[in-house]
Structure formats: structure tokens, C-alpha cells
Ligand binder design. Structure first.
Ligand code: CP
Ligand code: NVA
Length: 315
């Protein structure tokens, strides 16, 4: 079993990170602990002049910039590719692009729609591939979220995170990563917007230390006793045309002060961002003392630096 930071740096060397289920409990906790050490300055890692290729088919502020800065802090550089400015946009096959980019880059981070596409990149690439968000998962985000929860409430095992909103990519990774870390995860969502049954089943089968992974329709029930309350946009990238319909479906699923009052004393508020104030989160909660949203955004940098260092075998 992998435990501790040094073991993680070795165990993840050369590996992909496509799903929150790709790392064991020890590896996931080790990544979070390494991120904490990098953040506090207790550990410095210089990988020399390595290169990260970013292949993003969707917009991004946090993921793009935090990957770039993480790579710079490791002594490396980033090339920011976009299908519209590469031959990918003109139909060059992924299996050729992935093999060619592997000859130039030491690691690739891909943001796209279908999970299968990132699985295909990982198959064809000869360097590690990292999931920078797909419609199915957002595993780098979940690492930052649980680092933020650990900073506020200490040991993660046995804590409870309530997620209010759409049961899609962010919720899926929270369920899987939470299960692996022994965190109870409750998803509250309107009917028709539940997490995929296969992901729920997978999370339950991965759950450590008796962690409960639950899906429900009642936000108040979900937040009761929770140490963290989390939300995300109602219409994700690629679903913009469903905005009006989703506003109706998600009415009543806003994280507002009345809901926060029902969570555990000292509960923190998390949001992956970008946020829509007045929809999934009230402006009051967003700016409240309980909000750790901007620490969470900062933690993207530290966990991705830990992940990059680990997959590139940086000791
Ligand atoms: N949370 C997140 O992934 O933000 P970006 O879409 O800005 O990268
Ligand atoms: N669920 C959102 C997350 C953005 C970081 C989306 O996919 O757009």
C-alpha cells in the first residue's frame, strides 16, 4: 500500500490521471499532503525543463492558469494548444496528434467533452495524460476541494460533504474521490439530474472506512451535519441552450444562508467556479465568512503541482 509523500512521487511516476478512481486511498491522500507541503514551502521540487501540453476544447480560467503556473514553479514550461489553432480542428486524427505531441511534451492535460476522448489520448500518448475536465469527471478539482476541506477541518475520513446541484462531472469526482478518502458524500439534486448510476455504484464499491455515498432530493437533509456545502453551475459548458429549462428544474436548489444555517456549526462553503450569484449560490453566502471558495481556487495550483511532479517522477 502506498502511504506518504515520497511513496506517491514514485508510485504515480508515468501514470495517467483520468478519473478520481485512478488513485488508491494512499495515493490520493499522498497527493493532497504533497500539495500541502508545496503550498507551505516545506518542499520544493524542480523537474528541470519539462514541458506540459494543454489541449483544451472548452473555456477555462482556473485550470489553464493553475496548470501553467504549477509547471513554471516546477521549472518547466507549458504550450497552450487549442483544437482551433492546431490541425486537430481540421480533422487530424487524435491517435496521430497524441503520438506527435508525446515527442515534444513530457505530460498532457486535456479538457474536452467525452471521457472516451481522454481515454483515447491516454491510449495513444506515450507520456502521462491528465483529465482537466470532461463531461464525466473533474478529478483535479476534487483534489483541490478535499485539500481545502482538510485545511479547515483536519483529517478527512469521517467528514461529510454535501453537494447541492447537478449530478454531473464535479459531483461524480467528489463522490469517487470522497469515497477513496473515506469522506461521506451526499448529493442533493432535482429528479432527472442525478449522478450516473454506474458512478454511484463505483463510488460505493470504492468507499473506505465506512464512507456513505448518498443521493437525495432534499437539500436540507443533505446539509444536516455536513462540514462542507458545495455547489456548481446549473448549466455546464456545452449545455448553455438548456439554461432556462434548468433554472426551472433547479429552483429550490440554491445554497443560501437559510440552507447554510442547517449545516454543521463551522461548515464551509465550496464552489468550483465560475459562479452564478442568485442561481446556485446566493451572493451573501458567496461572500460570507464560511466561504473558502477562493482558497479552493488557489488550491488548484498546489494539487496540480503535486500531480505534475508525481506523474513526471519528481523526487
Ligand atoms: N473550476 C474550474 O475548472 O474552472 P475553469 O473552468 O475556469 O478552469
Ligand atoms: N460543471 C461545470 C464545471 C466547470 C468547472 C462545467 O462542466 O461547466
Amino acid at each position: 500500500m502506498v502511504t506518504g509523500v515520497a511513496a506517491v512521487l514514485t508510485a504515480l511516476s508515468g501514470r495517467d490521471y483520468l478519473s478520481s478512481a485512478d488513485c488508491s486511498a494512499g495515493e490520493t491522500q499522498g497527493l493532497i499532503d504533497l500539495a500541502h507541503q508545496l503550498k507551505s514551502g516545506d518542499r520544493r521540487i524542480d523537474l528541470g525543463n519539462r514541458v506540459l501540453g494543454l489541449i483544451f476544447s472548452k473555456a477555462s480560467t482556473r485550470t489553464r492558469v493553475s496548470f501553467q503556473v504549477a509547471m513554471a514553479r516546477l521549472g518547466g514550461q507549458t504550450v497552450d494548444l487549442h483544437p482551433s489553432v492546431t490541425q486537430l480542428g481540421r480533422g487530424e486524427p487524435l491517435q496521430d496528434t497524441a503520438r506527435v505531441l508525446s515527442r515534444y511534451c513530457d505530460v498532457l492535460a486535456v479538457r474536452t467533452f467525452a471521457q472516451q476522448e481522454i481515454v483515447d489520448y491516454a491510449y495513444w500518448a506515450t507520456v502521462p495524460v491528465l483529465n482537466a475536465l470532461t463531461d464525466l469527471e473533474h478529478p483535479c478539482q476534487a483534489l483541490a476541494d478535499f485539500l481545502t476541506m482538510q485545511e479547515s477541518h483536519g483529517d478527512l475520513a469521517g467528514q461529510t460533504l454535501a453537494y447541492i446541484g447537478d449530478g454531473n462531472n464535479v459531483a461524480h469526482s467528489l463522490m469517487l474521490c470522497g469515497a477513496v478518502l473515506g469522506v461521506n458524500v451526499r448529493i442533493a439534486c432535482p429528479e432527472g439530474f442525478e449522478p450516473l448510476p454506474g458512478v454511484l455504484e463505483q463510488a460505493r464499491s470504492l468507499a473506505q472506512q465506512g464512507a456513505q455515498i448518498e443521493v437525495m432530493a432534499d437539500s436540507a437533509q443533505a446539509v444536516r451535519g455536513a462540514q462542507a456545502v458545495y455547489t456548481d453551475v446549473w448549466a455546464s459548458m456545452g449545455q448553455e441552450q438548456e439554461q432556462a429549462e434548468r433554472e426551472q428544474a433547479f429552483a429550490g436548489f440554491c445554497v443560501d444562508q437559510a440552507l447554510m444555517d442547517q449545516a454543521a456549526k463551522g461548515a464551509i462553503v465550496l464552489h468550483c467556479l465560475p459562479a452564478h450569484r442568485g442561481e446556485e449560490i446566493s451572493a451573501e453566502v458567496m461572500e460570507s465568512a464560511a466561504s473558502r471558495i477562493f482558497d479552493q481556487a488557489e488550491n488548484r495550483l498546489h494539487v496540480q503541482q503535486a500531480l505534475l511532479a508525481s506523474v513526471m517522477g519528481g523526487l
